[in-house]
Design a protein around this ligand. Structure first.
Ligand code: HEM
Length: 181
């Protein structure tokens, strides 16, 4: 996730400027969940990178009974693969779904819905680490933005924007290179 985010910041200098403005205006980095409200843009980056690049791109459930779903029968014992990646990029759920638009999150006044949190699964097995991941990623990008600002360096993509690789988790092609200068 953080690797995708660095590639996106390298590709979109205006996003990095905005992140640095927010990160350097704060007296300190976020250390507890309550601190996160001071970093709405860093949080929007976290939600938008998860949406376009969900590390767990597919989740699986096994039907334990015959199930009627959208007019079809799914027999007991069938493994059903749920494409989180497709839910994340659904035009039924998001305007301009293929574009990286962090402001779709900063404009929201309600907490994310269950479908907007699909990247962490759903139901009784919803990710137990969601709040840890949320704090850790926002903390990491704020620390990164402040460190780049202090050193006066910026990331630049060497070559095209990374392609996705899918195993073991969805991640940028490791052959991608980013220069900090
Ligand atoms: C961006 C980071 C993360 C993503 C995208 C993520 C995603 C997921 C997904 C998709 C599931 C499966 C839910 C399901 O089967 O429906 C899951 C389960 C789980 N996650 Fe995460 N996770 C992340 C970070 C973490 C962290 C940091 C921890 C621990 C500190 C954690 C602990 C767990 C545990 C224990 C489960 C199993 C829950 C259960 O089966 O009841 N995850 N996560």
């Amino acid at each position: 996730m953080v690797a995708w985010l660095i590639a996106i910041l390298a590709d979109s200098p205006a996003l990095l400027d905005r992140l640095q403005a927010e990160a350097t205006a704060a007296p300190d980095v976020p250390r507890a969940p309550g601190d996160l409200r001071r970093f709405p843009f860093a949080e929007a980056l976290f939600r938008e990178v998860l949406r376009l690049h969900p590390p767990v791109a597919r989740d699986v459930r096994r039907a334990v009974i015959d199930l009627q779903l959208a007019g079809r029968t799914i027999p007991a014992g069938t493994n059903a693969v749920i494409s989180i990646e497709h839910l994340s990029r659904s035009a039924a759920l998001y305007d301009d779904p293929e574009s990286f638009v962090p402001d779709r999150w900063t404009k929201k006044t309600q907490p994310p819905t269950a479908l907007e949190l699909a990247q962490f699964g759903g139901g009784p097995h919803f990710c137990l680490g969601y709040h840890v991941a949320w704090l850790e990623v926002v903390q990491t990008v704020v620390i990164l933005a402040r460190a780049l600002h202090v050193r006066g360096v910026r990331p630049t993509l060497e070559g095209p924007f990374p392609r996705a690789k899918h195993l073991p988790l969805r991640h940028p092609d490791p052959r991608s290179r980013i220069r900090f200068a």
